[in-house]
Design a protein around this ligand. Structure first.
Ligand SMILES: [Zn+2]
Length: 191
C-alpha cells in the first residue's frame, strides 16, 4: 500500500473506526459487505453522465462508476468506495465471513436459545466452524427459514477432534453440511 494512499484514507477512516490512532489496525476493522452499486444508470435505467457519478468516499477520487460498500464491524459505519480502493480490502474471504455473520445475526431475532455471540466469535477467530457447530447452525437456519449460501460457510477438519466428529455423523447430518464442504472434505464421506 502506498503511504500516499494511507495518509489520505487515515483522515477519513480513523474518525469512523474504533481504532483512533493506527491506520493499519483501523483498516482491519473494515470489511467489504458484498454490496456493489452501479452508478452509470439510475433507477429508471436511464444513463447517468460521468460527471454525475459520486466520488469515492475513501480516497476522494471524483467520479466512480461502480461503488463497493465497506462496513466497520465495530462502529457499523459504511462507506461506498471505488474499484481501486476496494482492492485494499481482501474480498472473497471477507464477503463469505460477512455473509456468515449476517445469517447468524438473523438468528438473534428468532429468540433461539443458542449463544449466537460465541458462534460469531468462534467463526471470526477460526474462519470456520467445527462439524458440530456447522450442523447446529444449519439446522437453525432450516428451522427459522433463513436463506444462506452454503459455499460461504467453512468447516474445519484439522485436528483429530474434528475428524472424529465427522466420523460420528448420520447420513442426514452429512446431507445437511455437504454443500458447505471442500472437495477434500467431501471425499471423507466415502472413506
Ligand atoms: Zn478511492
Amino acid at each position: 500500500m502506498s503511504s500516499d494512499w494511507m495518509s489520505k484514507v487515515a483522515e477519513t477512516l480513523l474518525p469512523l473506526s474504533q481504532e483512533q490512532q493506527n491506520i493499519v489496525k483501523a483498516l482491519r476493522e473494515w470489511k467489504f459487505t458484498g454490496d456493489v452499486i452501479d452508478f452509470s444508470s439510475n433507477d429508471d435505467d436511464k444513463e447517468v453522465n460521468y460527471e454525475e457519478y459520486p466520488p469515492c468516499e475513501l480516497c476522494g477520487y471524483p467520479h466512480i462508476k461502480t461503488g463497493y460498500m465497506i462496513k466497520n464491524v465495530f462502529t457499523g459505519e459504511e462507506l461506498t468506495i471505488g474499484c481501486e480502493c476496494i482492492k485494499k480490502f481482501s474480498p472473497e474471504k471477507e464477503v463469505d465471513e460477512s455473509h456468515v455473520l449476517k445469517c447468524l445475526n438473523k438468528l438473534r431475532w428468532k429468540r433461539c436459545k443458542v449463544n449466537i455471540s460465541s458462534l460469531e466469535e468462534y467463526y471470526q477467530e477460526e474462519g470456520a466452524f467445527t462439524p458440530k457447530q456447522l450442523i447446529l447452525v444449519l439446522n437453525l437456519f432450516k428451522k427459522y427459514n433463513i436463506l444462506y449460501t452454503p459455499s460461504c460457510f467453512k468447516m474445519k477438519m484439522r485436528r483429530d477432534h474434528e475428524k472424529s466428529q465427522l466420523e460420528s455423523l448420520s447420513d442426514k447430518e452429512w446431507d445437511l453440511i455437504f454443500p458447505c464442504l471442500s472437495p477434500a472434505q467431501r471425499r471423507r464421506r466415502a472413506e
